[in-house]
Design a protein. Structure first.
Length: 74
């Protein structure tokens, strides 16, 4: 299996390792599985799945609206 190199912030790597450990896997396997899910043919309807999840969340903005700039403020 070929290897790749990616650059990630240390904080993200540490959080990823912690998450992987809690789920009895390695960071490498976690990344492999997430990438596989992201590019698999079964995710062709990802947008519809997103809307279904939003509907299930029953969130309420109480009529408040935001601008693009407000949403992307860091």
């Amino acid at each position: 299996m070929p290897n790749i190199t990616i650059s990630l912030e240390k904080k993200l790597i540490d959080a990823g390792r912690n998450y992987a450990s809690k789920h009895n896997t390695s960071l490498n396997n976690l990344i492999r599985n997430l990438l596989k899910k992201a590019v698999s043919a079964s995710n062709e309807n990802w947008l519809e799945e997103c809307f279904q999840l939003m509907d299930q969340a029953n969130a309420d903005s109480r009529g408040e609206k935001w601008t693009r700039e407000e949403l992307h403020r860091g």
